[in-house]
Design a protein around this ligand. Sequence first.
Ligand code: GDP
Ligand code: IMO
Ligand code: MG
Length: 434
Amino acid sequence: MLNVAVIGSQWGDEGKGKIVDWLSSRADVVVRFQGGHNAGHTLVIDGVTYKLHLLPSGVVRGEKLSIIGNGVVVDPWALMKEIETVRAQGVSITPDNLIIAENANLILPIHPILDKALEAARDPSGKIGTTGRGIGPAYEDKVARRGIRLCDLEEPEFLKEKLDKLMFHHNAFLRGLGADEVGVDDIYTKLMEIREQILPFSGVPWKVLEEARLSNKKVLFEGAQGVMLDVDHGTYPFVTSSNTIAAQAASGAGVGPKSVGYVLGITKAYTTRVGTGPFPTELHDEIGEQIGQKGHEFGTTTGRKRRCGWFDAVLVRQAVKVAGIDGIALTKLDVLDGLDEIKICVGYELNGEKYDYYPAHQKHQAEIKPVYETIEGWSETTYGARSWGDLPAAAIKYVRRIEELIETQVTLLSTSPERDDTILVKDPFFSQVV
Ligand code: GDP
Ligand code: IMO
Ligand code: MG
């Protein structure tokens, strides 16, 4: 049996939470390895909805071990609030079933302030539309080697010195912007208050994961965002500040690359994007509106309306290659029910030239035009279908065409938000990787 890494193959919100929750029945450990509480993963179990931002989606099955890996940026206050919310829904969360990497970087109250100030300072065409959660500034501090990590809370005096240096840096910047400075003492006091709550969860995931490997336990790695939001492979600079591809599962959890196992790309049967940035197949018409309404395309984290468009096979094929996706879980097929015809982007054109990939330049990404193939729609409902036999022939044809175009197989198919409205084609834990 293999481990499985679940990642988004588009611009996030593909339904990763639902699939991770479904697959977690087969796993012993579920690990988040990048991103932060910019993520919003929705689980619907017997009509009850859980919205998770930092907690791994296996947490609702109390017996599974959840790990927040070193690659995640952790806002201690947001995490504690989320734990309270989920506990109020009857889920048990204790240091026995949740471990946070001692070397994970923290999001401090200064980071959302910087995130919003930077966004406000960008000219209209340069705005990223971040979630405002401080993700980018926290990762900046991490790579600049001045970040505060969970383990720093163990040594208050040392922490104070580190905070002094950090805030010396940021306050110079805030002064430059003409914004109010942020006091060190305030952040220090807040950290000393939250310390007793969060430190009991601090642990050493790489050791736990090595033990899991030696005892043949199964690990499910849960990605956030999607390949097109990856800081290297996405639509830079309109991306998030972490690597979202499967390779990050290894470095963001503390395991070797061979331990990542089968890479499952979660893929929506159409495309959405929240925030700004290029989106070649975006629909600005009634069909786009209809897809958004039917698919409830509003952000789990910020409540923003998601932009909607046709399935972009070129983009997903590129995601499959750069992220090493072995198979996809195709979600929200039901949202396309009732459309007379459905379009798929099969190539691009720019300045009279044809492209079979999405070029990297920001200007080219914005100007490129999609080339479509039109496929017959279906009038029957696929909502809640639990077997291939329940799917209309035209829907199956759509799925098969997607497989051909993206050059990989559909491993799972999701037909509603509910956990069990999922069709298993091939079990990723029992698959071969080539
Ligand atoms: P994530 O960020 O990738 O975990 O996705 P989100 O939870 O942000 O957004 C996906 C939304 O689609 C959630 O509201 C899910 O409950 C819902 N969803 C997931 N799979 C399906 C599906 O197959 N059909 C429908 N109609 N909704 C789905
Ligand atoms: P899940 O895990 C969709 C987007 C933001 C913005 C850009 C940068 O639920 O799929 P950030 O706050 O990360 O600096 O914002 O990335 N973004 C997401 N879009 N789903 C997400 O997560 C996202 N996380 C960040 O909207 O465009
Ligand atoms: Mg989401």
